[in-house]
Design a protein around this ligand. Sequence first.
Ligand SMILES: CC/C=C\C/C=C\C/C=C\C/C=C/C(=O)SCCNC(=O)CCNC(=O)[C@H](O)C(C)(C)COP(=O)(O)OP(=O)(O)OC[C@H]1O[C@@H](n2cnc3c(N)ncnc32)[C@H](O)[C@@H]1OP(=O)(O)O
Length: 279
Amino acid sequence: MFSTAARALASRSLPRAPSILPPSRSMLTVSRLSPSVAELTLDKAPANTLSLEMALAFSAAVSEIEADPSVTALLLRSSSTKIFSAGLDISEMSGPEPARLADFWRAIQGTYLSLYSSRLATVACIEGHAPAGGCLLSLMADYRIMTGGGPRIGLNETALGIAAPYWLKDMFVETVGRRNAELALLKGTLFTGEEALAVGLVDEVLPLEEVYPRAKEEVLKLARIPAKGRAETKRLLRGAAVDELLAGREADVAWFTEFVLEEGTQKGIKAYLDSLKKK
Ligand SMILES: CC/C=C\C/C=C\C/C=C\C/C=C/C(=O)SCCNC(=O)CCNC(=O)[C@H](O)C(C)(C)COP(=O)(O)OP(=O)(O)OC[C@H]1O[C@@H](n2cnc3c(N)ncnc32)[C@H](O)[C@@H]1OP(=O)(O)O
């Protein structure tokens, strides 16, 4: 839906190095809920983490769905009801090879550029946990429906000793408002569904068994809204944020790689990864 030039710039900046594996579709499945509604299911056990390959596969799948003019809406979900996505694959950032680390971040930027700027009506069906990069995936959708009670969602980067990039922080601020965002980002809060609803991070909270049926109902409803007006409205709402990242993409890559490669960050990442594995 954004300008052809912006699109071309976005795709030209995606990793093209021969060392990068082609996007694998085994981590994702794409199906149809109706002739005009696609369903994209994250299916990378055990936690739907965003590795380089997963991030590339995600953007490629969104672009392919968008390229079909008969599709007007997209439902994003996970094959697991326990974990929507555990966020960035931390092993990508532990002792990384710098060129791959830079490609990894370009691919993460690419997930944002593909879905946040999509002409499609998008609904995130969040049945399980969605911390950090998992929250990022859901924030890019137009509407979020989450399970109440158990799973958590939010940007917990600060609690991990890191910071969310400005474009993720901005999307969070746009969604929950400045003060709620400051409180949550500075503490690294992970919200229950009910708490997330109270700050506007999600739009509906339901018992697990009702989340997917309701998400389907909503996406089928959104698919009926006239596509052109909706796409232009999304461009007016989100175009400036997307263009800002497109213009400063490599500076953002430099920020991320420098931060991750620092000795202190590396120690923290290794300790966190070990703690996850020992759980
Ligand atoms: C550290 C980054 C450094 C610098 C980055 C700088 C800027 C970028 C900033 C922001 C963008 C976003 C960042 C992120 O997304 S960082 C990742 C944040 N994610 C988390 O903190 C979640 C970690 N996971 C969990 O808390 C739990 O797994 C969860 C509650 C989601 C589910 O719990 P459950 O008990 O059901 O499963 P587990 O046994 O814990 O996990 C299963 C399996 O998966 C592995 N796992 C989980 N999460 C990750 C991950 N994010 N990366 C890699 N691996 C992960 C876990 O170790 C288990 O593996 P195994 O023991 O081998 O089965």
